[in-house]
Design a binder for this molecule. Structure first.
Ligand SMILES: NC(=O)c1ccc[n+]([C@@H]2O[C@H](COP(=O)([O-])OP(=O)(O)OC[C@H]3O[C@@H](n4cnc5c(N)ncnc54)[C@H](OP(=O)(O)O)[C@@H]3O)[C@@H](O)[C@H]2O)c1
Length: 239
């Protein structure tokens, strides 16, 4: 049975911004598939959204695990017959306290290589959707312009692995835009703001409800919306 609703996959959706993006998309009538690497964390998150009246589902996805990624097209094809929105949200920051080679590799595996291959696996479904949308959850800390301006970012925010991974994700966004020219699929990079999550910390400025808004807006862009951009709250950010 083909779904009438738009269907969205949000990676790393068991908590933080991913869970809130799923909630806000669900409240707008999108069927949301929350993915998490651990079913024991993902299933309860789905249950919370269901209790709020949202059509929510769970799929296990360790984004760095090839077998999990390879299984995605079959899951969406068989269960929904479609995928309209992909939010590459799962991410890690391993610089604090000093970056190790292992931490650097984990950062790149999770923040760069994984979103690329998750997207590649799902492109046929996204291209078949009437208005395919890809959101890469980036960060202002991936901006070469901002990181290069000493008056804009304090030295304690300079994370070699995290910032360079988000800069790479920004480049992937532009490459994907070029590759998707002439299709119905739009791809954009989102900076959520500095948000109170496990990653952002308690000192952050924004609550998740506000932090999720940029990604949600880009996931629901109309046909005349932008592609290949880098945004926060409707404003274009410098690469
Ligand atoms: N919070 C901020 O201020 C801020 C600012 C700019 C950008 N961002 C970006 O926003 C995104 C979400 O961050 P957040 O603040 O919500 O962080 P968070 O609360 O730490 O959540 C991160 C999510 O990613 C998942 N994840 C990490 N590695 C994974 C893997 N290998 N496979 C599957 N899932 C994985 C985590 O799962 P587990 O629970 O299993 O670890 C968790 O669900 C990230 O890409 C982050 O870089 C956040």
């Amino acid at each position: 049975m083909a779904y009438d609703n738009k269907v969205a996959l949000i990676t790393g959706a068991n908590k933080g911004l991913g869970l809130e993006i799923a909630r806000q998309l669900g409240k707008q009538g999108v069927t949301v598939v929350l993915s998490a690497r651990d079913a024991a964390k993902g299933e309860p998150a789905v249950a919370i959204l269901k209790s709020e009246g949202i059509d929510a589902h769970f799929v296990k996805l360790e984004v760095t695990e090839e077998a999990d990624v390879d299984a995605l097209p079959g899951y969406f094809g068989e269960k929904f017959g479609r995928l309209d929105i992909l939010v590459n949200n799962a991410g890690v920051e391993r610089d604090r306290g000093g970056i190790t080679r292992e931490g650097f590799r984990e950062t790149y595996e999770t923040n760069v290589i994984a979103p690329y291959f998750v997207t590649q696996a799902l492109l046929p479904l996204l291209k078949a959707a009437p208005a395919g949308r890809i959101v890469n959850h980036s960060s202002i800390l991936g901006s070469l312009t901002v990181i290069g301006a000493p008056d804009q970012v304090a030295a304690e925010w300079l994370g070699a692995a995290y910032s360079s991974s988000k800069a790479a994700l920004n480049m992937l966004t532009v490459i994907q835009m070029r590759q998707l020219a002439g299709t119905n699929v739009k791809v954009n990079a989102a900076h959520p703001g500095w948000v109170k999550t496990d990653l952002g910390g308690d000192g952050a400025q924004l609550e998740v409800t506000d932090g999720a808004k940029t990604a949600v807006e880009l996931a629901l862009l109309p046909e005349d919306g932008p592609t290949g951009g880098y945004f926060h709250g409707g404003e274009t950010l410098p690469w």
